[in-house]
Design a protein. Structure first.
Length: 201
């Protein structure tokens, strides 16, 4: 059953679209100039998100189980982006993006345009083997990842690694305060940083 839920109060608008197998684009969604948050879940034939460019106020976007989505439009005010189980290949440069979560995206190969965020989480994206230097990044989460190495990023304070078999070392970053490691069999070098809390799970 296709379900569209909208909450609008005090000028805040949240829209959720879920389980819509016949939805192919968003062109029939109108009067959404004040939309702030959009959640799209299990729309297997949705492939065109170009309408989102017109929603100039949107700052939070979540897309889950939409296998025909291969690209994300540039939404200038977007701050939080979650993509799960889609077929995107790369992520565009989005100027105001603060946090990016990508999970179960088997075709994702490139995030080199992502250079300005504070939080990055990558889970089970097997073709992605490199992450760029992101100068303002403070939190990095990698799980079931094929990432080969973590570049030096001076503001990184929190790293969580789980099932990352290809990472062999972690760079010495003076601001690093929290490091969590689980099932990283080839990791052989943990930096000695005063105040660093290391957890093994």
């Amino acid at each position: 059953m296709c379900r569209i839920c909208e909450d609008n109060y005090d000028g805040i608008c949240r829209l959720s679209i879920s389980n819509c197998p016949n939805l192919v684009d968003l062109k029939n969604i109108t009067n959404m100039d004040k939309l702030l948050s959009l959640f799209i879940i299990n729309c297997p034939n949705l492939k065109d998100l170009s309408k989102l460019v017109e929603m100039s106020e949107i700052f939070e976007l979540t897309i889950i189980q939409c296998p025909k989505i291969v690209s994300i439009p540039i939404i200038h005010n977007l701050k939080y982006l979650v993509i799960n189980d889609c077929n995107i290949v790369d992520i565009p440069y989005i100027e105001n993006l603060n946090a990016l979560t990508i999970e179960h995206c088997n075709n994702l190969e490139n995030i080199s345009n992502v250079t300005n965020i504070f939080e990055l989480s990558i889970v089970n994206c097997p073709k992605l083997i490199n992450i760029p230097i992101i100068p303002e990044l403070t939190t990095l989460v990698l799980a079931n990842s094929k990432i080969l190495s973590i570049p030096y990023m001076p503001k990184l304070s929190n790293i969580i690694l789980s099932d990352c078999s290809d990472i062999i070392e972690i760079p010495h970053i003076s601001r690093l305060t929290d490091l969590t490691i689980s099932n990283c069999p080839n990791l052989s070098d943990i930096p000695h940083i005063p105040g660093l809390v290391v957890s093994f799970r």
